[in-house]
Design a protein around this ligand. Structure first.
Ligand code: URP
Ligand code: ZN
Ligand code: ZN
Length: 487
């Protein structure tokens, strides 16, 4: 037999093409694409359905201890099982450094968790919260060289945030070593100051989380991060953009030709601040940072997805249960600033974007594929192995039924969170079959693979992270004075 598997008669859609054809798979890779391919050992009929590259969710928090010591609800089993049911075949999750941690040890720990449990492929972005001399000089450069070619930094959260000096330190390592820096951009002191005023006045309910993280906090920090990155000629990616103000700062930079990339997430398309204002503490389920805004902000995010401001659409799956182990550390009395931040979403990420984006003509099919898979593979150094349907690529594929009507209900999802912020939402389109390296992972809603069968994917240095070669006038003067190795 020429092929281990042939997926026949699918409407095969990539970021640039749509072709009615067969896909032949051998030893986990795509071996042929064409018409009337010879018979495979296994045959799957995709007639009447789309075939997309498997989704890549490049922003997930799985089995991660938060900076305030709260454990995510999903481990690498439930997290990846849930991802696979929604059409995602690769997750890039965070390996979080807490103060005092050595980075190699952090990664060893995350590897041992994921290896035992993941059912789809995975990679890690680092979170750098303690950029000591050892981290900057030795650990980070070595890890970048070993395939951890992106990391996230925070401008807010007491235990995670870097000040501008530290941001410059990490940007300069990223630039020199060829890594992409992801930035959580919010002005820490504005949030802290507002939070103190609200609490002084007894305003503790979840709804006050939204007002304590104003859009200006996001746009100011976004502009500042971009300025620091620009000074050092270091590309950066602004994660989880929530509103037009932040998006405009990104667009200004992009218009000037800077390598500034951006991501938005389902919560900024489908939730608003009003979802934080519910009976009892239910609004806590929708507390994330930056917070959901309003309908106008949602429309702005849709525009940014359509016009290319955003390159990736990730879930920022940050799963916390609605109890004292997660969202409500202090029970019903938990003030908004102590509610664990984050919402679940990795299983519904692709179905939501397909239904509300493609079927409502906000984006076309190619943009859908680009946003949910291809561009993440490129930005984070996995292309063309991941994110493409091409000869030699991993056979990570989703057969997608565009007509299936689904009412989102947590009891039908596969995460361990206990709720979904999208409960009751009616959508159309859901994966029928999901393949990872040619293995049928999910067949009509049934998991087909063993715990631990996912593989770690080391990543290349992406071209997205290559400096532009543009220096600021001051940096140029410094260079001309003979100080070439100042940073
Ligand atoms: O609220 C959020 N987004 N929580 C997850 C952590 C992060 O900042 O991405
Ligand atoms: Zn963040
Ligand atoms: Zn996140």
């Amino acid at each position: 037999m020429d092929f281990d598997l042939v997926i026949r008669d699918g409407n095969v859609v990539t970021a640039t093409e749509e072709v009615f054809c067969d896909i032949g798979i051998k030893r986990g890779r795509i071996a042929a694409i064409g018409d009337k391919l010879p018979k495979g050992e296994r045959e799957i009929d995709a007639d009447g359905n789309y075939v997309f590259p498997g989704g890549i969710d490049s922003h997930t928090h799985i089995e991660q201890l938060s900076s305030s010591g709260i454990m995510c609800a999903d481990d690498f089993y439930t997290g990846t099982v849930s991802a696979a049911h929604g059409g995602t075949t690769t997750v890039i999750s965070f390996a979080a450094q807490h103060k005092g941690d050595s980075l190699p040890k952090v990664l060893t720990d995350y590897h041992s968790l994921a290896k035992e449990k993941a059912v789809i492929d995975y990679s890690f972005h680092l979170i750098i919260s303690d950029p000591t001399e050892a981290v900057l000089k030795d650990e980070l450069p070595e890890l970048i060289r070993n395939g951890y070619t992106s990391f996230k930094v925070y401008m807010t959260y007491d235990a995670l945030r870097l000040d501008d000096y530290q941001m410059l330190d990490v940007f300069s390592v990223a630039r020199r070593e060829g890594a992409l820096t992801m930035v959580h951009a919010e002005n820490h002191d504005l949030i802290r100051w507002l939070t103190d005023r609200l609490l002084e006045h007894g305003a503790t309910k979840p709804k006050f989380h939204a007002v304590s993280h104003p859009r200006l906090a996001e746009s100011e920090a976004t502009s500042r991060a971009i300025s620091l990155a620009e000074f050092l000629d270091a590309p950066c990616l602004i994660v989880h953009v929530s509103a037009e103000e932040g998006m405009e700062a990104i667009q200004r930079a992009q218009r000037r030709g800077l390598k500034v990339y951006a991501e938005t997430c389902p919560q900024y398309l489908f939730l608003t601040a009003e979802d934080l204002d519910q009976e009892d503490m239910a609004g806590a389920m929708c507390c994330c940072s930056p917070p959901p805004r309003d309908k106008a902000a949602q429309e702005a995010m849709w525009r940014g997805l359509a016009d290319g401001t955003f390159q990736v659409f990730s879930s920022d799956h940050a799963p916390y249960r609605f109890d004292e182990s997660g969202k409500l550390a202090q029970g019903e009395d938990t003030p908004f600033n102590k509610i664990a931040n984050g919402v679940p979403g990795l299983e519904v990420r692709m179905p939501l974007l397909f239904s509300e984006g493609v079927l409502k003509d906000r984006i076309d099919l190619h943009r859908f594929v680009e946003l949910t898979s291809t561009r993440a593979a490129k930005l984070y150094g996995m292309f063309p192995r991941k994110g493409s349907i091409s000869i030699g690529a991993d056979a990570d594929l989703v057969i997608w039924d565009a007509n299936k009507e689904v009412t989102i209900a947590w009891e039908n999802l596969h995460d361990n969170v206990g709720y979904t912020p999208y409960e009751g939402k009616k959508i159309r389109g859901w994966p029928l079959q999901v393949f990872s390296r040619g293995r049928l992972v999910v067949d009509n809603g049934e998991l087909q693979v063993e715990k631990g069968s996912g593989e770690f994917i080391p990543r290349e240095k992406p071209s997205s992270a290559e400096p532009l070669g543009r220096t600021s006038p001051e940096a140029e003067l410094i260079r001309r004075s003979g100080f070439d190795d100042l940073w």
